[in-house]
Write a protein that binds this ligand. Structure first.
Ligand code: SF4
Length: 329
């Protein structure tokens, strides 16, 4: 598939959540969940967002499709200024972007049948006749590997993997171009994860879908994504094509994440031990490079000046080190 055309471009995106206190609910601080992120996604590719829990990757995914309104920045989707869209124009554009959530137990309404769940987006957007919607539901059920006989059953009658298939059917019901997959397999047994990842891959090829794939698990990202953005405390610290990132990780944080992937014949390294400590609070992130409190290569400049994401066109890092440190794993 031709993957040069850019479908989504975000520039300087911030998403800060205010913390309010007192009787007058004055804003006393804010959680800087996403802090000045710029990225683009090409048509037909899978861009991975990876990082530890709390790094802002899910917030960024939701902000890209305006489930959260950004605090600042610009988003261009399919050649249009997405943040300027309102009312009917926004509703129409939203048909083109869907989301698959982490928890297939919580994301499906237990009072609705499978058929009603999959049909709901078509009802909301008034797509086709009643008969056409019924037909489309049956078609989608089979596309995601379930049986037509499942249409009148309820979510609690299904396993986690089957529920995620229902979520996927709902997400593709309106023929979207872009799907944000937010940890779509992390709530599933390892044996089921591969089936769901294969289904997503097949659907991507058949339906020419573009994915933003969010995961804390770099081994899942490695198997799924074309390009990978590594996030730390609300910022992208490194971005590169998958093979390049794994062969030649430049940022000490990326190196630590890769070093923590369990490999056959090697024990899993404890990331917290090798990095020395927890992720700092996004309410009051460290000055300069926010990774400096855990970085084994910290220099004086690191706590004073924030490094920007720069480098080659296809491989960029935000780090004051001129060359990548040698990986010790
Ligand atoms: Fe480590 Fe400094 Fe690079 Fe940050 S800028 S990752 S603290 S070397």
């Amino acid at each position: 598939m031709q993957m040069n055309e850019i479908i989504l471009e975000a520039k300087n995106i911030k998403k800060h959540f205010p913390i309010k206190k007192g009787l007058l609910l004055r804003e006393v601080a804010s959680v800087k969940a996403v802090d000045d992120v710029s990225l683009f996604v090409r048509k037909g590719e899978t861009l991975g967002l990876v990082g530890e829990s709390g790094c802002g990757k899910s917030t960024l995914g939701r902000t890209l499709i305006r489930l959260y309104e950004p605090t600042a920045g610009n988003i261009n989707f399919d050649g249009q200024d997405f943040l300027k869209l309102k009312g009917e124009a926004l509703r129409k554009k939203r048909k083109n972007m869907q989301m698959i959530f982490q928890d297939p137990y919580a994301s499906l309404d237990p009072r609705m049948t499978v058929g009603q769940i999959i049909r709901q987006p078509m009802d909301i957007h008034n797509v086709g006749t009643q008969e056409e919607r019924t037909q489309r539901v049956l078609e989608l059920i089979e596309v995601v590997g379930l049986r037509k006989g499942h249409v009148n059953r309820y979510p609690h009658e299904f396993s986690g993997g089957q529920r995620q298939r229902i979520s996927i059917a709902r997400a593709i019901a309106l023929n979207p171009e872009l799907i944000i997959c937010d940890e779509p397999v992390s709530a599933l047994d390892v044996s089921i994860q591969a089936q769901i990842l294969n289904l997503l891959k097949d659907l991507q090829e058949k339906l020419k879908l573009t994915y933003v794939f969010i995961s804390h698990d770099l081994s899942v990202i490695e198997h799924t994504c074309d390009r990978i953005a590594v996030m730390y405390l609300g910022k992208i610290v490194e971005i590169a094509p998958r093979d390049e990132l794994f062969k030649n990780p430049q940022h000490p944080y990326t190196q630590a994440l890769i070093g923590a992937i369990p490999r056959v014949g090697h024990g899993k390294k404890k990331m917290k031990k090798s990095l020395g400590g927890e992720v700092p609070s996004p309410i009051n992130p460290p000055s300069g490079c926010s990774f400096h409190t855990r970085c084994p290569y910290k220099m004086d400049i690191c706590s004073q000046k924030t490094p920007v994401l720069e480098g080659q066109a296809n491989h960029q890092k935000a780090c004051w080190l001129e060359a990548a440190p040698k990986m010790s794993v």
